[in-house]
Design a protein around this ligand. Structure first.
Ligand code: SF4
Ligand code: SF4
Length: 130
């Protein structure tokens, strides 16, 4: 990651082994591409989705949260001037996000949550009960 606010370093490190209670989900229908949320995200997990015209990528650009890196700090939701970011429970965020996403650039966004992989791995490694 190119930027990580020192205060949030620990939370970012723990992210792969501990699920945040909630994740930020952007309702892109209300996003103006103002980029305020990008400036506030302490772990740099909000990505710019260019506009549909490759010659004018800044026109109708949107943003997308890279969910497996969101630490649930709520800053983006608090400061979005258009109130189009909601904090959704971890369980529900991955179901809600595809419905609220008009365009995305992060591949396989909805099924690459590292925490789920981690939990699954631990479950398999547990020895059988006697
Ligand atoms: S602050 Fe809100 S409106 Fe602005 S880019 Fe982020 S989600 Fe979109
Ligand atoms: S809640 Fe928002 S600002 Fe905080 S880590 Fe997630 S996307 Fe970034």
């Amino acid at each position: 990651m190119p930027f990580l606010e020192p205060k949030y370093q620990k939370a970012a490190e723990l992210r792969s082994s501990r699920r945040p209670k909630q994740l930020a989900v952007i309702n892109q229908g209300g996003c103006t591409g103002c980029m305020v949320c990008v400036d506030f995200c302490p772990v740099d997990c909000i990505k710019t989705v260019p506009g549909p015209d490759p010659d004018n990528p800044n026109v109708h650009k949107l943003v997308e949260v890279d969910l497996p890196f969101c630490i649930g700090c709520t800053l983006c939701a608090k400061y979005c001037p258009w109130e189009t970011i909601e904090m959704i429970s971890f369980q529900d965020a991955y179901e809600v996000a595809p419905d609220w996403t008009l365009r995305n650039i992060i591949e396989k966004q909805w099924d690459r949550e590292p925490v789920q992989v981690e939990v699954e791995r631990k479950r398999r490694a547990r020895p059988p009960r006697k």
